[in-house]
Design a protein around this ligand. Structure first.
Ligand code: ATP
Ligand code: MG
Length: 161
């Protein structure tokens, strides 16, 4: 299934992220793509909130990995690969264990920088600016392999196929 591209407000993106966080079954990998300021961290933070993470959800621009365990056995690993220079650097971050964790949702900004290390089963989420509409983003969601089902499409998605 590919969801048709949608145009989303920040509120709609956050609402969708919270639903993902509260309902998607682990293990799940979300590869977030899109330029600086596209809204990847907004989505990651909303997923964290939906999972029950309270308190700060800092963007892991420098730490690269930020793990959470909001409730026993339900983990979130938020990564930001913007600063890596070689895909193999993800291995030192503990990538293989995170990807193999059956109880974790992984949400990875700049995921394409992991190149061949990306798991086969994942959701690819692309955010991009909407020309002429600074408060809106174009959102494309594509299934790769067999990731777990998503809840509903965000408001603004015309249909599934
Ligand atoms: N429709 C929208 N969806 C998401 N963010 C929006 C939207 N409209 C405006 N914004 C703003 O755009 C910014 C998105 O920043 P964010 O940190 O999420 O980007 P990012 O993709 O994570 O960038 P980086 O690559 O630097 O990590 C926020 O300031 C947010 O308030
Ligand atoms: Mg970010």
């Amino acid at each position: 299934m590919t969801l048709l591209p949608a145009t989303v407000s920040e509120a709609a993106l956050e609402a969708w992220g919270r639903e993902i966080g509260s309902s998607v079954r682990a293990p799940a990998f979300f590869a977030l793509h899109g330029p600086l300021g596209a809204g990847k961290s907004v989505l990651a933070r909303a997923i964290a909130r939906g999972m029950g993470v309270t308190g700060a959800v800092p963007s892991p621009t420098y730490t690269l990995v930020q793990p959470y365990e909001p409730s026993p056995g339900r983990r979130l690993v938020h990564m930001d690969l913007y600063r890596i220079e070689d895909p193999d650097e993800v291995i030192e971050l503990g990538w293989d264990d995170f990807v193999a964790d059956p109880e974790a949702l992984l949400v990875v900004e700049w995921a394409e920088r992991a190149a061949e290390h990306l798991p086969r089963d994942r959701w690819d989420v692309r955010l991009s600016p909407e020309p002429g509409a600074p408060e809106l983003r174009r959102l494309e969601v594509e299934r790769a392999g067999r990731p777990p089902a998503l809840p509903t499409a965000p408001r603004g998605f015309p249909e599934h196929r």
